[in-house]
Design a binder for this molecule. Structure first.
Ligand code: FAD
Length: 328
């Protein structure tokens, strides 16, 4: 029987993270191209109740390890459990999210399985020869590599969030559930608590729209203007490294090579020049709007829409227009 494609899920605060739906949809597409099934390995506390829902996104069967010890990702606990389940399943390929936890998990799994992990994959195809080939950005997106694995080696790929299309197959489709048998090791460290940001801010890596400010903002206080626009658009606020290094924004807001990689539908870059290290973090946004008073700023070579204007005039005017539209 043909081997199945397998995904590793990510579960937080009582539900699967959106990126898990994206990975499942991509897994389904690959499984269909290979003419095989799609299974998932799901670890978490209280995860069994939600696991059948993965069927909507194309998963046929979920191997669940449901235990209070699995509430938070801990490498020393998750890696041996997942590695053991994968050994039993012997899948054709393994896909997981290239999230903060997924990158850590993927690298460790690759070492355990003696398989090369392709991190942060942005495109996957199945060739006429039935081989999986994956596209991967190198040197902060300056070039791309297409890779394939040797015969008999299961491809292991982490998928960049917000890149793959989520495919909702059928609301009523349920995945079959089976309890996976793998011993849960005693953790050598434990998470005491997670302090969630309760400000109601939209998480950057999951945001559909991002309004991002750079050195052109001139001062921390001026970000109130971007917060206002973001509030109207339901957007998250990001920043360039120059803004973070100036102490105007926290590092958690930084977009770029040494910050977060984001792929929103709309990225509005305000007072950002468009250095290669910044583009490495947002260059895959579906639409890029740049606001900059310098017509020669490099960001305009990447932008779909360029506004050559003083941001202190343009941003409040745009916010007013959005407000008017929303009230009309
Ligand atoms: C190893 C390494 C890693 C790095 N990682 C990152 C990273 O993760 N993220 C990142 O962002 N950078 C990173 N950088 C820094 C990067 O090279 C740039 O220095 C940085 O992105 C510049 O930020 P900026 O565009 O906000 O500032 P600037 O380059 O100074 O650009 C400011 C822009 O604002 C415009 N402007 C000024 N006033 C106004 C106004 N009133 N109205 C409209 N426009 C105005 C200017 O025309 C200018 O284009 C990294 C650098 C290195 C070496």
């Amino acid at each position: 029987m043909a081997k199945n494609v397998c995904i590793i899920t990510e579960y937080r605060n009582g539900d699967f993270r959106r990126v898990t739906h994206e990975v499942a949809s991509e897994g389904r597409r690959i499984a269909d191209a290979l003419g095989t099934g799609l299974v998932a390995v799901a670890l978490g506390s209280g995860i069994s109740a939600k696991a059948p829902d993965l069927g909507k996104y194309g998963v046929d069967k979920v191997y669940v390890v449901d235990d209070p010890a699995l509430e938070y990702y801990l490498a020393g606990v998750f890696v041996p459990v997942i590695a053991e389940v994968l050994k039993q399943l012997d899948p054709a390929a393994v896909l997981l999210p290239a999230s903060v936890d997924g990158r850590d998990l993927g690298a460790r799994l690759g070492a355990r399985m003696n398989v090369t992990l392709l991190q942060d994959v942005i495109e996957v195809v199945v060739g006429d020869d039935g081989k999986i080939k994956a596209k991967w950005p190198m040197f902060s997106g300056k070039c791309f590599a297409w890779c394939e694995w040797a015969d008999g080696v299961p491809p292991l790929l982490s998928i960049r969030p917000n890149i793959m299309q989520t495919q909702l197959l059928d609301e009523s489709r349920k995945a079959e559930i089976e309890a996976a048998s793998a011993p849960i090791p005693k953790p050598r460290a434990s998470v005491l608590k997670y302090e969630l940001d309760t400000s109601g801010k939209v998480e950057l890596t999951e945001a559909e729209i991002i309004v991002s400010g750079g050195r052109g903002m001139k001062d921390a206080a001026n970000y109130a203007m971007l917060e206002d626009l973001a509030g109207q658009l339901g957007a998250a606020v990001g920043a360039s490294r120059a803004a973070v290094d100036s102490g105007w924004r926290p590092h958690s807001d930084q977009v770029g090579q040494t910050g977060k990689v984001v792929n929103p539908n709309l990225y509005i870059a305000v007072g950002i020049s468009g250095a290669i290290q910044h583009l490495a973090g947002m260059g895959y946004s579906k639409y890029i709007v740049a606001v900059n008073k310098d017509a020669d700023a490099p960001i305009f070579t990447k932008a779909d829409y360029g506004i050559i204007e003083d941001l202190f005039t343009f941003v409040p005017a745009l916010t007013e227009e959005v407000k008017k539209l929303k009230n009309s």
